[in-house]
Ligand binder design. Structure first.
Ligand SMILES: [Zn+2]
Length: 362
């Protein structure tokens, strides 16, 4: 059997990320700087101490403590300067991890408490991504598209959907809803999804993370989601017999037949209890059954992760080789919300040659 990819090699190959929250990936040192400027009180003012506080709160197995961590990132992202800096550092960190294309999401309505308008928030983040994407020679090292998120327990989804359409030619590539799933079904925001469909716009929906099949079914069959954020509970519609044979229910079959992309975030799912461990994560079965699985980070700070680390943990748990990692990467690029010809160019000119160079025996 050939040698498995090492963490250093994984970092070197071109990767694609579709599900990453801007407020879930802020550098601890930056949170400390901004908190000092804005008089925000933190649980620790030492970068290492703060990083471990985030890790511990996120690993506590309590959704409340997990959500509390976001008060300290969103809390310091309330001015244009802060948003530009956080977005620029996000693009730099992803490029340093070898990500060549990323879709990063955030909820504009959470960044207006100091008086910024929704448009000003969007413009600041776009400016940050532009600055952070440029390499030392001025050429972009990474392409970052923005997804605008509406909070599912609030009532601003139509307004945010219109914002996404307004900025779609300058870097916003899609829309999403996020927040507590139970009690807030996606159909609550049906008018926003119908508007986006009439506008020929793209969207994904956080569904099937903590909550079960009805959430996934609504997201696809009522709302028309192009992709599913997480979607792990789709395994509730798959029966596996003792000899390993899988039987798909109608919804699982539909998701696989229609090649609906699943934005899976293994480390995050383990932290929030959606999966017991990486080795027991549904991604193993779903990959084996050829669902359109993609591998994502969700919240890099809270989960102390990166795309490379997610891949490395899957290599450890499932023995994946280069073919598997390339398959996940091509799946993600095919599922991106940028135009088809641009996706194809990245697959043929960047991703395939990058993996071929790494996988070739020396
Ligand atoms: Zn998410």
């Amino acid at each position: 059997m050939s040698r498995l990819p090492t963490p250093e090699e994984i970092r070197a190959v071109p990767k694609v990320l579709l599900h990453d929250h801007l407020d879930g990936g802020v550098r601890p040192a930056t949170i400390i700087d901004l908190a000092r400027d804005y008089g925000h009180t933190l649980p620790s003012t030492d970068a290492d101490g703060l990083a471990s506080w985030f890790r511990e709160a996120s690993n506590a197995g309590s959704l409340e403590r997990y959500l509390e961590t976001f008060a300290h990132t969103v809390g310091v992202m309330q001015t244009r300067e802060a948003l530009v800096r956080v977005a620029a550092e996000c693009a730099e960190d992803l490029a340093d991890d070898g990500v060549v294309y990323a879709e990063v999401r955030y909820a504009p309505e959470l960044h207006t408490s100091n008086g910024l308008s929704l448009d000003q928030v969007v413009e600041a983040v776009l400016e940050g991504f532009r600055l952070g994407s440029a390499g030392p020679d001025g050429r972009p090292r990474i392409r970052v598209g923005t997804l605008l998120t509406a909070m599912r327990h609030q009532a601003r989804s139509m307004e945010i959907a219109e914002l996404a359409v307004r900025y779609r030619d300058v870097g916003v590539v899609g829309f999403d809803i996020a927040g507590a799933e139970a009690g807030y079904p996606p159909t609550r925001h049906l008018d926003a999804f119908e508007y986006l469909q009439r506008e020929n716009a793209h969207f994904t929906i956080h569904a099937g993370e903590a909550f079960g099949l009805p959430s996934i079914w609504q997201a696809i069959q009522w709302c028309g989601a192009d992709r599913l954020g997480h979607g792990v509970r789709i395994i509730d519609d798959i029966a596996v017999s003792a000899d390993g044979e899988a039987k798909l229910g109608r919804l699982a079959a539909y998701v696989r037949d229609k090649r609906i992309p699943l934005e899976m975030c293994p480390a995050s799912n383990v932290q929030t209890g959606a999966a017991a461990s990486i080795a027991e994560h549904p991604i193993g079965l779903l990959r084996r059954l050829h669902f359109r699985v993609t591998v994502n980070t969700d919240n890099r700070l809270m989960s102390d992760t990166s795309v490379s680390r997610e891949f490395a943990s899957l290599v450890d748990a499932f023995g994946y080789g280069w073919d598997d990692l390339q398959w996940f990467t091509v799946n993600a690029m095919k599922s991106a919300f940028i135009p088809f010809d641009e996706r194809l160019a990245l697959i043929n000119d960047v991703i395939k040659p990058g993996f071929a160079a790494m996988a070739r025996p020396a």
